[in-house]
Design a protein around this ligand. Structure first.
Ligand SMILES: [Zn+2]
Length: 159
């Protein structure tokens, strides 16, 4: 499928070294719009929306901010804010910027862990963009939904 010009420009900004050192795409060669539509298909199958996922992530990140430098107890999870290094602009050019900060989350029962940045939350919540395959910050929709225990998600099959 041919990329439209707007999508091609977006791709350039998401490549490594443009807005962030490692880029948003990993080794994914698909157009950004295809990455998004395939992840949306996955979510439709799970009956979870990207907005619900983003909100759940934001709740955990907020919970972690109550205990900077220590693990915060947030319901089923332990949350720790790992670092803060300024701000990042959204590659979709909507004027939004997000703190360059990592949230580490551990499910107390399963011991599973996930990490995300504030920009990752915004990209998922506002743009349904989970990043390209091979990107250090890509979160697989199935794994994320399972981790966050959102409706319709399998809770056993994903690492
Ligand atoms: Zn944005």
């Amino acid at each position: 499928m041919k990329e439209n010009p707007k999508d091609a420009l977006l791709r350039v900004d998401m490549e490594a070294g443009r807005l962030i050192k490692d880029g948003f795409l990993g080794e994914d060669r698909r157009p950004v719009s295809d990455i998004i539509s395939q992840d949306l298909d996955t979510l439709a199958g799970l009956q979870v929306s990207h907005v619900e996922l983003g909100r759940a992530m934001r709740r955990l990140t907020r919970g972690g901010m109550d205990a900077i430098g220590e693990e915060a107890d947030v319901g089923d999870y332990l949350v720790k804010m790992e670092e803060y290094m300024g701000w990042l602009g959204c590659p979709f050019k909507d004027g939004r910027r997000a703190a360059k900060r990592n949230t580490w989350v551990k499910d107390k029962a399963s011991g599973k862990e996930m990490r995300w940045t504030d920009l990752t939350i915004h990209l998922i919540e506002a743009h349904a963009f989970f990043q390209g395959r091979g990107s250090a910050f890509r979160l697989e929709p199935e794994a994320l939904a399972a981790f966050l225990k959102l409706p319709g998600a399998e809770t056993t099959d994903f690492e």
